[in-house]
Each structure stands twice: as structure tokens, then as C-alpha cells.
Design a protein around this ligand. Structure first.
Ligand SMILES: N[C@@H](CCOP(=O)(O)O)C(=O)O
Length: 473
């Protein structure tokens, strides 16, 4: 399997290469040169497989020659062995129509663990083959940070610098990052929004002074290996609900568009996905793009669902690429205009291509709280704010779908991560699971830097380990 850049100007890479690369050298994102496909019989044969085995089957065509089948199975068994539920991503029924797919049984209580537990092992595997050192630079609006830190803390040959927007993540989210005191982990709170942090990370991949000295890698969903791992739970859920004989719809609370893009990949691979319902909060760029073609970024407004407080959704570029017939030059021009003006209007062809599978809804704060109350009072489920936004969209859109299509909302985080918002809406204060330990007793360590690229790049340059053979600065 080869991977190509959405902007058409970077060299193609194999799976090992894209895993260690992050962003492509032309500023684009890597995608498989063609979508692998399973036949209906192959999908039917996956029913009932243990999660780790299913993961190995789904990942096999993406991994290509980079891992042997045996080694891939060992890694998925190790990655998913750390989850607190034997099913890894259990499905729970809310009512006749609606289901929630619980993705928060990993070590840091959010769906990011499903991909990052695997990615940490992949980094270790591939680095063991070369005498090299990785400098991971990531941006988080709350959940990616702790999941990535958990996945790489204490590992040899890797340093991680994780940027988060100062004061804009929940207390639990912040402490899950800042209380990990390991020599290879640095947390940096920046003044500004997640979008500012993400822009700095992307700029670093194209800063020759930095890339000449450091082997910079990504843990955000710009890294293809993140998305590959997330495709698996769409298969796991749909198989339990009768796929391939039955179509299934998914509602996905969305910020950076990675999670829902993984659903798109599952559909491309042959999973019968009837609809992908993209749910946003009031930071609604994706809802505007999908409903009116207007992909223009406003300023980020902080909300009670901070992981979705994003206006520039990195992975939307991957969908735009497919929706313009994989024309790298055309997409490169569109993205250059977006980078310069923060405004991009989708072409009619792009809108039509997306409308075949995607719909969207924007959820106001009061609707989010009402949905949390409904789930608790009518179904006995305590949901986190992000999941509630997904369920709001699922219920709003279900009427547009055939009545026999089940609608699965991705439950992206444990409610205890957002305990104050949950208590305000439901009166319930969910406790932190024991696996998180004494989070509020531990020492915190975090740098606080101005929200400028120069300040962050200088800090990383002063503290990171140069790659093998790097020239002195
Ligand atoms: N919502 C994310 C933002 C980063 O997204 P990613 O999927 O690209 O890592 C977070 O919680 O950090």
C-alpha cells in the first residue's frame, strides 16, 4: 500500500513512512492511493471476532508490507489489552432506534485511546528498526493530549511536546496531561485557541530549520495511522447490528473531522453505512460546509464541549480531496486560498459528492443540556457533553432515514471528564473510574508560553533531542 498527499506534490510513502511522517512535505495529508475493499462475504466473516482480531483484519490492507500478519496481530492484542471493557468499544441500546458506541474504556477515558494505544506501539516498532529519535509535536483541545501522552510516556527514542489552549480544557483533561511526570513529556499551555495550537504544529512540519534538526512526527489525526485504527469500531458496531445484511447510520460529534472521516473510510471499504451525521456545537464550520458549502472559519467560541471547539478541521481536507476527484493541484489551490483568507466555498461537485453520505446538525448549548437530561431520565444513561451533541444530531436526523436503519451515536468521552457540565444538566456527578487514580492529588507540570509560533518553536528547539546525523543549529 502506498500513500499519497492530498496536495499532489510530496513523495508517496509506505505505511511505516506515513506513520513516522505526520504531515506531508507539501502541507497536504496522506491518504491511501486507493481505498481497499472487502467483499460482502469477507465482511460477514468478521462477525463475532474479538476486537483485536477484527482490528488486525481491517488494518491488514493499510499496513501492507510494513508489518507481518503475525506482528500486526501481536500489536493489536497488546494495544486493546489495556481497555477496561472486554468488548473494547461496547454498544449500548438507548431505545428502539438509537444506540451509543462507548469509545471511552481506554486509559484516558476518550475515543482517542483506541487509536493512540496502537500508534504508540507502532512508533516503538518502527523506531526499533532505525537508529533514530522522534520529536512528537501535538495540539489538543483536551482529549488527544492525554491519550498521546499515555501512549508514549517513558518510551525510549521519543519526546512529546503537547500544546493545549490555556484555560480552555476541563480540569480533568488538563490534569490527565500535566500530572504525567516523565522525562520525555512536556506540556505547553499557549495563549490562544486550539486552532492557534494546531496551526503552529502544522507550521513546524514545514519549517526547514526545525525539520533539519528534529525528526518531527504527529499524534494528531493528520497522522494516517490514527484514522486507520478508528475505522475498526465502525465495523465492530455495524457487525453487531446486522451488517452486511443491514445498513447502519452513525452520528459523530466532530471537531477535527478525523473520527467521522474514519466512518467514511469504513463505507469506502464496503461497510453498509447509510448515513454519517456530523454533529457540531456552535463552532459550526463543518455544519455550514456540509449544509451550505460555506467552509469559512470564524473565531473559536469556548463551550462546555471543549474538545469540539475547533474552526479549522484538518481532516476535512481529506474529504475535499476525494470529493474533487483526487485532483491534488485543484485541492492545493483551494487550500492555499483557505490558508490565506480562512474562506473556502465548496464546488457544486464537492457538495454533491458529500451529500451522498453526509448530513449535519448544529447543537446549541441548551439543546445539548436537554439531550443529556433526556438520555438520563428516559434511558438511564449519563452522557458527556460531546456525546450529547452527537445524540442530539442523531435524533434530529433519524426521521430522514428509513425506519429500519439503526442510528449509532459515538460516545467519545466518559462523562466524568466533564463533571461540572454533566452535573449542571442532569444533577448527577459521575465519579472518575478507578483506573485514573488519584488525579487531583498529583503534582502538575506545565509550561505557559505566548501564543506565537516563534515562542513555541524556540522552546521545542531548546528542549528536543536532535535526530541522528542532524546538523548543529
Ligand atoms: N478534539 C481533539 C483535537 C485534536 O484532534 P485530533 O483528532 O486531530 O487529534 C482533542 O481533544 O484534542
Amino acid at each position: 500500500m502506498k500513500y499519497i498527499s492530498t496536495r499532489g506534490q510530496a513523495p508517496s510513502l509506505d505505511f511505516e513512512g506515513v506513520t513516522l511522517a505526520g504531515l506531508a512535505a507539501d502541507g497536504g495529508l496522506y491518504v491511501p492511493e486507493a481505498w481497499p475493499q472487502f467483499t460482502r462475504d469477507e465482511i460477514a466473516a468478521m462477525a463475532g471476532l474479538p476486537y483485536a482480531e477484527l482490528a488486525a483484519r481491517i488494518m491488514t490492507p493499510f499496513v501492507g508490507e510494513s508489518l507481518t500478519p503475525q506482528r500486526l496481530r501481536e500489536l493489536t492484542a497488546q494495544a486493546y489489552g489495556r481497555f477496561a471493557h472486554a468488548a473494547v468499544t461496547p454498544l449500548r441500546q438507548l431505545d428502539e432506534r438509537h444506540w451509543v458506541l462507548e469509545l471511552f474504556h481506554g486509559p484516558t477515558l476518550a475515543f482517542k485511546d483506541v487509536a493512540l494505544q496502537m500508534l504508540g506501539l507502532l512508533f516503538e516498532e518502527f523506531l526499533a528498526r532505525r537508529d533514530d529519535h522522534l520529536t512528537i509535536v501535538g495540539a489538543t483541545s483536551g482529549d488527544t493530549g492525554s491519550a498521546a501522552i499515555d501512549a508514549v510516556a517513558g518510551r525510549a527514542k521519543v519526546d512529546i511536546f503537547m500544546l493545549h489552549p490555556h484555560g480552555r480544557v476541563s480540569d480533568v483533561q488538563r490534569r490527565q496531561m500535566t500530572t504525567v511526570i516523565a522525562p520525555n513529556v512536556t506540556n505547553i499551555a499557549i495563549d490562544g485557541s486550539f486552532d492557534d495550537a494546531q496551526a503552529m504544529v502544522k507550521r513546524m512540519f514545514n519549517d526547514k530549520a526545525m525539520t533539519d534538526r528534529f525528526g518531527i512526527a504527529a499524534v494528531n489525526s493528520i497522522n494516517w495511522a490514527r484514522l486507520m485504527s478508528q475505522v475498526v469500531y465502525y465495523f465492530a458496531a455495524a457487525l453487531q447490528l446486522g451488517a452486511p445484511a443491514r445498513e447502519v447510520a452513525f452520528a459523530v460529534p466532530t471537531g477535527n473531522f478525523g473520527d467521522v472521516f474514519a466512518g467514511y473510510v469504513a463505507a469506502k471499504m464496503g461497510l453498509p453505512v447509510k448515513r454519517l451525521i456530523v454533529a457540531t456545537n456552535i463552532n459550526d464550520i463543518l455544519h455550514r460546509a456540509l449544509s451550505t458549502g460555506d467552509y469559512s472559519a470564524g473565531t473559536v467560541t469556548p463551550t462546555a464541549a471543549p474538545s469540539m471547539d475547533i474552526q479549522v478541521s484538518s481532516n476535512f481536507e481529506r474529504l475535499l480531496f476525494d470529493a474533487c476527484g483526487r485532483d491534488g493541484a485543484a485541492l492545493s489551490a483551494q487550500m492555499a486560498q483557505f490558508d490565506a483568507t480562512k474562506d473556502l466555498q465548496l464546488t457544486n461537485a464537492q457538495r454533491e459528492a458529500m451529500a451522498a453520505l453526509f448530513t449535519s446538525a448544529r447543537c446549541e448549548p441548551a439543546q445539548m443540556a436537554q439531550t443529556m437530561r433526556w438520555a438520563y431520565e428516559a434511558c438511564g444513561e449519563v452522557l458527556d457533553p460531546h456525546t450529547a451533541i452527537g445524540l442530539y444530531a442523531a435524533r434530529a436526523q433519524a426521521g430522514e432515514l428509513p425506519a429500519d436503519v439503526p442510528v449509532v451515536t459515538l460516545a467519545t468521552a466518559h462523562p466524568a471528564k466533564f463533571v461540572d457540565a454533566v452535573e449542571r444538566a442532569t444533577g448527577v456527578r459521575p465519579p472518575l473510574p478507578a483506573r485514573v487514580g488519584d488525579l487531583f492529588e498529583r503534582e502538575e507540570r506545565c509550561e505557559h508560553l505566548p501564543g506565537t509560533y516563534e515562542a513555541v518553536a524556540a522552546y521545542v528547539a531548546d528542549h528536543a533531542t536532535p535526530k541522528t546525523g542532524a546538523k548543529e543549529a
